[in-house]
Design a protein around this ligand. Structure first.
Ligand code: AMP
Length: 543
């Protein structure tokens, strides 16, 4: 029909050109491997990105070729985020915490044509290299001669004129890919299109989501190898927000130092990072001015209410909980407060309600639709009935890359089955009760391991807690709590049971407490409960 709008391609090229022209003097800062801070402007970034784009073309990278990165959060990684999709290649971020064997599988499955590696990660690459066949290896941040056959990133850039005449990609072409960090079976690849990333960037930036503006200074603590650092780098470049990136230094002292020095306003990462930061702040009272921070977005696993309250009451720092998945680019829901939850001046009971709300995972962001399915079909939005969450939207995968065995996660009517068990309230607020495989079924009744963990982490002596199902002769499964005590504190199993007894029905209370040194972590920094399930699979409860 004539008279309609332009058919304007929704691609990363439009974000890049905007960053290059509107925000030339805005800064990008990162901490290098040697801990020093580096900075340059969006204009510098744009020229280097265009040089890298030209170099990739000269190296023979063709449309659709996958180009891998193995690196921390820093300027060169950001350049790869744009240079690769701008020449119609596919940015493939490799998770540097995976085993060489798993990385080898992923590189081969994706058929990566080139890999861009931090110098500090060359020892890891040495173990992957015999398993794969990648023609081009480029080393970033080289302080000594690069290995034979590899290229030095800075020399590659110096030898390439900026590519100024790049045709726009098609919006439905793949721009990036990320493999899931599944705890069972081989990782599966998810392909993000230019269009899906562009729409996700718009969604992420909204007030209902991360509320990113030109006045912000954003620190993605979540690694750039994990779902594009949740999409924050794209939003920052689109809106002219300054980026302050931690490089490999994710310890609490380095992060807090970065927040203070760069006057960071927005940050985001998994709960385990913030548990560490909280302990660090508690150990150094009054030492740091963090008043610039206006929002900390925390997700990837459930955020204990005690963590949210501690940051807000002790340090005036506000955590918003987000839920998402690699398959969802990743953002699905965000815990921004609706108007009927009192904020600002409030009574103690209103305050308690506000914190309870923020311990939930929030409501779907615009363009994401949700529903949940139980044994008898879709469950009512009553805040009570549990079901598996299904989602659909323009930034949600419709299949896994070359993995027909994952087809059962996608329904015939176009929804993605998340594997997360939730309750949904009348206003669409979701509460994640569990991953379906972590839910504990005791005597036919469901017990949420997530709820127990979050409550335990509110106990003053507990640093970390994870709850797993253990086989039981009478009840089929019973909960076992693995807990890590804070240094210098004590707690007994019966004290912890009494602590939980005030909040949960008796049959929810763990039958056993195991005191351990550390909860194993996944490559994304979450608790690796599969390892604990394995460790305790033959556990015998005391009679
Ligand atoms: P990944 O694809 O590695 O990002 O993992 C996605 C999974 O992490 C989801 O399916 C959830 O099980 C879990 N997850 C993410 N965010 C949250 C959250 N806020 N609360 C509870 N679980 C979460």
């Amino acid at each position: 029909m004539n008279g309609l709008m332009m058919d304007y391609p929704l691609t990363l090229a439009t974000i890049f050109r905007r960053a290059e022209t509107l925000y030339r003097t805005r800064e990008i800062v990162w901490r290098a491997a040697d801990s020093s801070l580096h900075r340059y402007t969006f204009a510098d970034f744009a020229v280097r990105t265009r040089r890298f784009a030209r170099a990739l073309l000269d190296l023979g990278i063709k449309p659709g070729d996958r180009v891998a990165t193995l690196g921390w959060n820093h300027g060169a990684h950001l350049e790869a985020y744009f240079a690769i999709p701008l020449i119609r290649g596919v940015l493939h971020t490799l998770n540097l915490r995976l085993s060489p064997d798993e990385l080898g599988y992923i590189v081969n499955h994706a058929e990566d044509r080139a890999v861009i590696i931090d110098e500090s990660l060359l020892p890891l690459w040495e173990k992957v290299r015999p398993l794969v066949n990648v023609p081009t290896v480029i080393v970033v941040g080289a302080t000594k001669p690069v290995p034979p056959g590899a290229l030095d990133y800075e020399a590659v850039l110096a030898g390439a004129a900026p590519a100024m005449d790049l045709p726009d990609p098609d919006e439905q072409e793949a721009a990036a890919m990320c493999y899931t960090t599944g705890t069972t079976g081989r990782s599966k690849g998810v392909l993000y299109s230019h269009r899906s990333i562009l729409l996700h960037t718009l969604g992420l930036s909204l007030g209902a989501c991360m509320d990113i503006t030109e006045r912000d200074v954003v620190t993605p603590v979540v690694p750039m190898f994990h779902v594009n650092a949740w999409g924050m780098p794209f939003s920052c470049l689109m809106l002219g927000a300054k980026l302050a990136m931690p490089g490999p230094h994710l310890d609490p002292a380095s992060l807090v130092d970065l927040f203070v020095r760069e006057r960071v306003t927005i940050t985001g990462g998994v709960p385990t990072i913030w548990l560490g930061v909280l302990q660090y702040l508690d150990a150094n009272p009054g030492k740091f001015d963090l008043s610039s921070i206006r929002a900390m977005y925390v997700g990837g696993s459930a955020v204990p209410q005690s963590l949210i309250e501690a940051f807000e009451k002790r340090y005036g720092l506000r955590i918003y909980q987000a839920w998402g998945m690699t398959e969802m680019s990743p953002v699905g829901t965000m815990g921004k407060l609706p108007p009927y939850i009192k904020d600002g001046s409030r009574s103690p009971s209103e305050e308690a309600e506000m914190f309870r709300y923020r311990a939930k995972q929030g409501r779907p962001v615009p363009l994401v639709e949700i529903r949940a399915r139980g044994d008898d079909g879709l469950v009512p939005w009553d805040g009570q009935t549990m079901g598996e969450l299904e989602v659909r939207g323009p930034w949600i995968a419709s299949s896994y890359y070359n993995r027909p065995d994952g087809a059962d996660r996608f329904t015939a009517d176009g929804w993605f089955k998340t594997g997360d068990i939730v309750t949904i309230e009348a206003d669409a607020t979701i509460t994640i009760q569990d991953r379906s495989k972590d839910l504990i079924k005791s005597g036919g009744e469901w017990i949420s391991s997530v709820a127990l963990e979050c409550a335990l982490m509110g106990h003053p002596a507990i640093a970390e807690a994870a709850v797993v199902p253990v086989m039981h002769p009478k009840w089929a499964e019973r909960p076992l709590a693995a807990v890590v005590l804070k240094p210098g504190t004590k707690a007994t199993a019966s004290e912890l049971r009494d602590f939980l007894a005030t909040q949960f029905p008796k049959f929810w209370l763990p039958d056993a407490f195991e005191f351990i040194d550390a909860i194993p972590r996944t490559s994304a920094g979450k608790f690796k409960k599969s390892e604990l399930r394995e460790r305790y699979k033959d556990y015998q409860f005391a009679q």
